[in-house]
Each structure stands twice: as structure tokens, then as C-alpha cells.
Design a binder for this molecule. Structure first.
Ligand code: PHE
Length: 469
């Protein structure tokens, strides 16, 4: 293999890792998941998981990747073939997330055009417009395909300079628009009830499924548990400080999620929109806020959905790249062939996911494809991916190797190493098991349990068969 490329600059790495982390997970998924899980208590548990588990797992992934300078599958496999499955599970997760992410990415693209074609003229119809849009069998599919094509173009070209440049401009813009929306929302009458909902914990609503949702959200939002950060870490130069890089990415990602919450909830309460909107939340609340502002509102709304689409793209290209890199590195495919094969599988999954929202297509235990992919990944696979990375770093690597990697052979001070190591070795794996099993047991009440059990079986099957990969 040729000498491994490194990131051009520290900023380049941070932008790519943050670009992967900040996406629909922060702006689309976080607000509606918080809304469905009762608000404040969920947010608090999520923050706790981000700090204690998310940051630690990210650091472990960076260390595992940089140590061997190999992407996810290779980083595990080169240590011990029996560990190949942990990388393989990541590839599977990426594939399944790409089975629904482009559906939502397509919605975001569609909304750029919708705001110019009169969406904001009838604020009272915005919610029903969303419902009839996503349940339409054909139109969302066309936007989903457009979104996937953008991904394909970027990933075929290999190095994604274009998207990185776009991200450098549009990420700050997105941040700015979120701040503007927040200010607007907070000044509406009745807005404070939204802040209370979001930040005042009511622990009586907490059950094991809320805790699992918070854990899943932390993993999903930080792009953890599937080898992306292992892969990115593998390109990091040996003198880079892994600890501060992990901290910066974690803080940036979490700040965007919280800001998205502050942008949505005050306005929702002011407008009397129910918090448990489900996946339509951003697509209803943001246009409703901007509809009030007349002409400039249209421009702002369009900018918001353009920036959201770009944030989504910088995440989904990292997902597509995981699958593509697997076919190139492990199966010897050329890049174009790897992209064609990966995206063909994704198109099929996405069509199933998109149609399932209109009630069309196969169901498993009463659950449609969109929800299956979402449930399997953010409630099971990512959490277990995080579990395996922790076990790998804590038990398979020696403590001194790990310490050398994280502290650049002692040249960087990391006073919390002992605590971090204990977290990675004992506390995180046990917590993940505890949360996952509680959530699965609870899931049987909501009908999600059987799918989660299927998820565990898939992990077991991957473990058995992946030695051949
Ligand atoms: N973190 C991304 C987001 O928040 C989604 C993602 C998940 C990307 C897992 C890569 C891996 O939108």
C-alpha cells in the first residue's frame, strides 16, 4: 500500500470529523427524539452519555485507528482475525443507516424547492403538507435519488475537497441561522414553556426505553460505534493530540444539537405545536417560524434547508465511504465499482424505507423498513459497536500500548487517563449492556422488542461468519 495520506491540517481533520458528526442527527433527529421522550430528562441523560461514554468511545476509536493506521475492518483484523466482526458490524451499520438517511436528506433538498413554491404562504397547512409529501410514493423517491447521486459524485471522486469547502462556508452559516431562529423563537409569547420542556427534567417520564434512546442518540449523533472515527483516526499524524481532538468534536456536535433544540422548542410551544411530532418536526416548525416573517422568511428558510442538506451530505458521504472503503480494501474492487455496488444496495434499502412511510411494502412484526433500519442501528448496532470498541481497547490492547497511543508516547499530559481507562475497560461495556437490555425488555411493550432481538441475532451471525471476510 502507498504511504498513508494524512490530513492536510489539523483544521482539515476537525472539519471532516465534525462534518461526519454534525448532520441530520443533530438537527432532525435530536429535537424530535427529545420531543418524543419527554424533553428535559432525556436531554440530561443524553448529555451525561455524551460526556462519559461518547467522548471516551471517540477517543478509543481515534486511538485504535491511529495505532495501526488502518480503517475499521483492518484495524481490528490486523490485531486478531477473530475481531474482524467488529469492523464488519460497522460496515453493516453504515449500510443500514444509508438505508434511511438519504430519504431524509431528500426531504431536506425537496424543502429547498418547496419554500420557493409557496410553502410559507399558508402556515396552517405546513404540517399537512409534510404528511402528504412523505406519504406520496413517488416524489420523495425522486428527491432521495437526487440526494444519493450527490453522495455518489462526491465519493467517486475520492477526496472530497468540494464538499469540505462547501462545509467550511455552510456549517458556520447553519450555526448562524440556528442562532437567528433561536432568538426569533425565544422572543415569541409563550416561548419559555419550550425552554422548560427542553431543560427542566421530569424524571417521572424516564423508563428504560428513554435511557436507551438517549444512548442511541449519543452514538448516532457523534458518528460512533461503527468505525468512522477509527477510519478518520487512522489518517491522523502521530504528533496530533487525540484527547483534544475528541473533545473539540464532541463539544461542537453537542452544541449544534442543543442549539437545534433551542431553535425548535420555544417556537413550537409558542405556536401550540405538540412536541411529540415525530420525524416531521424540523420540516414543520422551521417553515412555520419563517412564514411569519414574509419575504425575508423565504430566503432564510431556503438557506436553512440548503445548509441542512450540506450538513447531511458531509455525514452521509462518511457513511458511504465506510462501505466503499471496505469493498476497495478487503475485496479489491476499483473505486467506481465499489461505489456502484454500495449505492445499488442503498437505493434498494432507501426505496423500501421511503415507501414504508406511506404504508407501502413489507413489514416485520408490524414495523416498516424506515423504522426497522433506524431501530436496528441507533438502538442496537451502534451501541454494541461502541461496546466492542471498548472491549477491544480495554482488554485486547495492552494498557501501556494504549497509554502510549493516547499520550503520544508520554509527550502529552492526560491526567484523566486512569479514569478514562477504567471507563473504557469496565464501566462503558457494562453500562451499554445494562441500558441495551433494559431498553429491549421495554421495547416489547411498544412492539420494538422483536426487531431488537433480530438485531442481536444479526450481530451473532456476523460474529460467526465474519472470519471469512
Ligand atoms: N452523526 C451523523 C449525524 O448526526 C450521522 C452518522 C451516524 C454519520 C453514524 C456517521 C455514522 O447526522
Amino acid at each position: 500500500m502507498a504511504k498513508r495520506e494524512n490530513w492536510g491540517s489539523k483544521l482539515g481533520f476537525i472539519m471532516a470529523a465534525a462534518g461526519s458528526a454534525v448532520g441530520l442527527g443533530n438537527i432532525w433527529k435530536f429535537p424530535y427524539t427529545a420531543g418524543e421522550n419527554g424533553g428535559g430528562a432525556f436531554v440530561l441523560i443524553y448529555l451525561f452519555f455524551v460526556v462519559v461514554i461518547g467522548f471516551s468511545v471517540m477517543l478509543a476509536e481515534f486511538a485504535v485507528g491511529r495505532r495501526k493506521q488502518l480503517a475499521a475492518v483492518g484495524a481490528f483484523k490486523s490485531e486478531d482475525r477473530r475481531w474482524t466482526f467488529a469492523g464488519a458490524l460497522g460496515v453493516l451499520s453504515a449500510l443500514l443507516i444509508m438505508g434511511f438517511y438519504p430519504v431524509v436528506g431528500g426531504w431536506s433538498l425537496a424543502y429547498v424547492s418547496k419554500v420557493f413554491t409557496g410553502l410559507l404562504n399558508a402556515p396552517e397547512a405546513i404540517a399537512s403538507t409534510f404528511d402528504s409529501f412523505i406519504t406520496n410514493p413517488l416524489v420523495p423517491l425522486m428527491w432521495m435519488v437526487a440526494y444519493l447521486i450527490l453522495n455518489i459524485v462526491i465519493v467517486v471522486r475520492g477526496i472530497s475537497t468540494g464538499i469540505e469547502k462547501a462545509g467550511k462556508v455552510l456549517m458556520p452559516l447553519l450555526f448562524g441561522i440556528l442562532i437567528a431562529i433561536s432568538i426569533k423563537g425565544l422572543t415569541l409569547p409563550g416561548a419559555m414553556a419550550g425552554m422548560e420542556f427542553l431543560f427542566k427534567p421530569d424524571f417521572s417520564v424516564v423508563d428504560p426505553s428513554v435511557i436507551l434512546a438517549a444512548l442511541g442518540q449519543a452514538f448516532f449523533s457523534l458518528s460512533l460505534g461503527m468505525g468512522i472515527m477509527i477510519t478518520y483516526g487512522s489518517y491522523l499524524p502521530k504528533q496530533e493530540n487525540l484527547v483534544s481532538n475528541a473533545a473539540i468534536v464532541t463539544v461542537m456536535d453537542t452544541a449544534v444539537a442543543l442549539l437545534a433544540g433551542i431553535a425548535m422548542f420555544p417556537a413550537m410551544f409558542a405556536f401550540g405545536i405538540a412536541p411529540a411530532q415525530g420525524p416531521g418536526l424540523v420540516f414543520v416548525v422551521v417553515p412555520t417560524i419563517f412564514a411569519e416573517m414574509g419575504g425575508v422568511g423565504t430566503i432564510f428558510a431556503a438557506l436553512f434547508f440548503i445548509a441542512l442538506s450540506v450538513a447531511a451530505l458531509t455525514s452521509s458521504v462518511s457513511l458511504l465511504e465506510v462501505v466503499v472503503a471496505y469493498f476497495i480494501d478487503e475485496k479489491g474492487f476499483s473505486r467506481p465499482k465499489a461505489v456502484v455496488v454500495s449505492s445499488s444496495i442503498m437505493v434498494v434499502l432507501c426505496v423500501l424505507a421511503s415507501l414504508s412511510l406511506g404504508g407501502v411494502g413489507p413489514k416485520v412484526f408490524g414495523t416498516g423498513a424506515f423504522d426497522i433500519f433506524d431501530l436496528l442501528t441507533d438502538k442496537i448496532f451502534l451501541a454494541f459497536g461502541g461496546f466492542f470498541v471498548s472491549i477491544f481497547a480495554g482488554w485486547k490492547l495492552s494498557k501501556s500500548d494504549l497509554q502510549n497511543e493516547v499520550t503520544n508516547n508520554g509527550s502529552i499530559k492526560f491526567g484523566l487517563f486512569g479514569i478514562w481507562y477504567a471507563l473504557v475497560k469496565y464501566i462503558i461495556p457494562l453500562t451499554i449492556l445494562w441500558v441495551a437490555f433494559g431498553g429491549i425488555r421495554d421495547g416489547f411493550e411498544s412492539g420494538a422488542g422483536p426487531i431488537m432481538i433480530i438485531g442481536l441475532l444479526i450481530i451473532a451471525i456476523t460474529a460467526v461468519f465474519s472470519k471469512k471476510l
